[in-house]
Write a protein that binds this ligand. Sequence first.
Ligand code: CA
Length: 222
Amino acid sequence: MKILLVEDDQALAEGLARSMRDAGVLVETAGNGQRADFLVTTEFYDAVILDLGLPDGNGTQWLSRWREQGIELPVLILTARERWSDKAAGFSAGADDYVTKPFETAEILFRLRALVRRSHGHAHPVISVGEVSLDTHSGQVTRAGMPISLTAQELRLLSRLIQAAPRIVSRTELSEHVYDRDREPDSNVIDVQMSRLRRKLGSGSIETIRGQGYRMTRDVDA
Ligand code: CA
């Protein structure tokens, strides 16, 4: 999961970003609406956390603009304001959910995972393809009911593939959603991590579609 955090309170942003990174989430930050606007229109994220009180305008104004441009990614509003009218304005502008400050990071993570899962069309928190299952909340992966231990990077790869299944996920999509912008992998890195993932999940679990990308399959083999 790759998240854009838009928040001008630097201490709050750093604290939240750190906790989310500890939970295996890729986080990029923007301290104002302009920067956020640039990033959402040029980069790829799974969701945005958006503070309403930004130095260069209300978050809802930026959000309306993104929705008008057809940017559909899930947006969770973060606000200190208790007023009902602020939440209403947020939803009217196209927000999907909100959290009021002060908040528990765990709550934000639960809500983000649900939003991202929903955006891929999944209602149940556990997504299964063939023998492989991913609990999108706990991050636990099983193969035929047996727990499998994955690195944070492998878990992000699997998460993208399993949420997209049976769609083919291109290498470009993987490098945009699964890796940090500052550390975009050469294609070799994806190959190496993909083969490690196959070793752990069963060689038939992930299919390579030549020239197109990768796809989770129901095929079971040793
Ligand atoms: Ca603020």
